[in-house]
Design a binder for this molecule. Structure first.
Ligand SMILES: Cc1cc2nc3c(=O)[nH]c(=O)nc-3n(C[C@H](O)[C@H](O)[C@H](O)COP(=O)(O)OP(=O)(O)OC[C@H]3O[C@@H](n4cnc5c(N)ncnc54)[C@H](O)[C@@H]3O)c2cc1C
Length: 497
């Protein structure tokens, strides 16, 4: 039975392993961390489970290729999901609440009520969401395996979507914000997400939300990864945690296995690297610099992330639920190293009773930061690094206390993961937690998943799908196995059993 060695036990690596087993390959995943999951992490503090990733899972509802994939991966059947009515919520400085309703008709009426003078732009925005919602883009097979007839069918069925895609891919959220007159709408587009992202990326997520297929699986990242691991090991896959791959073995222009940091050499017929791209080219591949595709020079990494978490001894009755959370103003602004945040998006998990005991709630916030600033704090010593984490985490609590009076006195624990935490536990370059930022340049880029001149070597994960996310991680893992099956002349099989 041919053997596939997989580097990394994040969602991409686990997905590759599951599809490898479905197709009769021997599969071994080598994961450097003590636990699988990568950035889709979770941890427990004071009896409260911190959800380190999943806010929304695209493909959660039946009727799409992504849903079929999650069913094959064994993660969604019989698991409770919540479909919030809002994708996000933005509180303006003047107290105006902008609700990003997932129903485009309701959203259009709401935005027009806030700003009648922006009615034209709002209509165009909501029409684009409907177009993205109605797209029928096949996600069942690797693009490399689609025939000319497949592509003609895709273009014929999806030309309105493709036109809107290319139109909105050309500008950033920041640029789009400038089209609106009302400060609350300008602010929402400018601050809700990373401002350098292309508009097409936001529309894509809103389109999925409008279709009702971007739900939150109760329990978040922890149970999600547990189910993936159970599916993989249940199919007979081998998972070795705490084993870092130091190099890909190459002979005669072909990957022949992996070499582990502890010195063990593992022979394999194929190698799938489901890990950080910079590491692949700079460290794992002999002569990797020569193999690095020039397209990567056009791409920008996601900003390094600080992830705030806290448990509080209170509930938030009546608080609206939104997939991404609540974007709130912070006065004074939060200083996260050299980055100033006048606003932050906070998720208040009052809707997930499985994360915290009754009467308690998990809060999290994602704050863009700077890798080198944290490196400097760590180089100054453990005390300096800990003090910086503590001060920022405290400042988030104080800022939240202004929105939810009394909260500062109800804190059970608070914590801050820094870009160094992400780099150390997941190997993602400088803490870029989702790979390449979906900028306008990234929307035009095709990132290769295999390399001319290096046979039997494949790549998967958020570093080969700009914008990242769990679905791209999972389908690039699956696609790598499809391409291997194609190379080996075997049919690609899937199963839900
Ligand atoms: C806070 C946060 C919120 C998010 N929210 C969402 C969301 O709501 N919806 C969504 O779709 N996505 C979300 N994402 C993104 C999503 O979680 C990721 O894009 C996805 O999990 C990436 O999976 P991956 O397998 O490609 O990469 P990773 O998770 O980075 O996995 C790579 C694995 O490889 C291992 N590794 C690296 N180098 C080596 C080596 N040399 N040897 C052995 N092992 C190695 C790492 O330890 C890691 O486990 C979020 C991410 C974060 C951080």
């Amino acid at each position: 039975m041919p053997h596939i060695a997989i580097i990394g036990g994040g969602i991409a690596g686990l997905s590759a392993g599951i599809y490898a087993r479905m197709n009769g390959f021997e599969a071994s995943i080598y994961e450097m961390a003590p636990r699988p999951g990568g950035v889709c992490a979770s941890w427990v503090r004071e009896n409260i489970r911190v959800n380190g990733s999943i806010h929304w899972l695209v493909g959660s509802a039946p009727g799409s290729d992504l849903h079929d994939m999650w069913m094959e991966l064994g993660v969604i059947e019989d698991h409770p999901h919540l479909v919030p009515a809002r994708f996000g919520m933005y509180r303006d400085l003047d107290g105006v609440d902008v609700h990003l309703w997932r129903d485009p008709d309701r959203l259009q009426a709401h935005l027009e009520a806030i700003s009648p003078e922006d009615a034209g732009e709002i209509a165009g925005f909501c029409a684009a969401i409907r177009t993205f919602r109605d797209a029928d883009f096949p996600m069942r097979r690797a693009f490399e395996l689609l025939s000319l007839t497949d592509w003609i069918g895709i273009f014929a069925r999806n030309w309105p979507f493709l036109l809107a895609h290319w139109r909105f891919a050309a500008f950033t959220l920041e640029e789009y914000a400038g089209r609106f007159r009302h400060p609350a709408l300008q602010g929402m587009f400018r601050h809700f997400w990373t401002p350098g992202m292309s508009m097409q990326f936001l529309l894509m997520q809103l389109g999925f939300a409008a279709r009702g297929t971007a739900a939150y699986p109760l329990g978040g990242s922890g149970p999600f990864i547990d189910r993936l691991v159970a599916r993989y090991t249940g199919l007979g896959g081998r998972l070795a945690c705490g084993r870092r791959v130091a190099a890909v073995c190459v002979a005669d222009g072909r990957a022949t296995g992996v070499s582990l940091a502890d010195g063990e050499q593992v022979a394999a017929d194929h190698v799938i690297a489901a890990c950080d791209a910079t590491q692949i080219y700079d460290e794992l591949l002999p002569d990797g610099a020569a193999l690095r595709p020039p397209v990567l020079d056009d791409l920008t990494c996601f900003p390094p992330l600080c992830y705030f978490s806290a448990g509080v001894a209170r509930t938030f009755p009546g608080l609206p639920i939104a997939s991404m959370g609540h974007n709130l103003p912070f006065d004074p602004p939060l200083q996260v190293g050299p980055v100033t945040h006048a606003r932050a998006t906070v998720q208040i998990y009052s809707f997930d009773p499985t994360l915290a005991p009754t009467g308690q709630t998990l809060l999290t916030a994602m704050l863009d930061s700077d890798h080198d600033w944290w490196r400097a704090r760590a180089d100054e010593g453990a005390e300096s690094y800990a003090a910086a984490r503590q001060a920022i985490s405290r400042a988030v609590i104080d800022g939240l206390d202004r929105h939810f009076p009394g909260l500062a006195g109800q804190v059970i624990f608070h914590d801050l993961a820094t870009p160094l935490t992400y780099a150390r536990y997941t190997g993602n370059h400088r803490g870029a937690y989702e790979g390449w930022l979906p900028t306008p340049a990234a929307a035009r880029a095709i990132v290769p998943t295999h390399l001319p001149g290096l046979a039997n070597f494949w790549m998967a994960g958020h570093w080969v799908a700009p914008g990242g996310g769990m679905p791209p991680a999972a389908y690039t893992g699956r696609n790598a196995v499809q391409l291997i099956c194609d190379r080996e002349g075997r049919p690609f099989e899937t199963s839900r059993a």
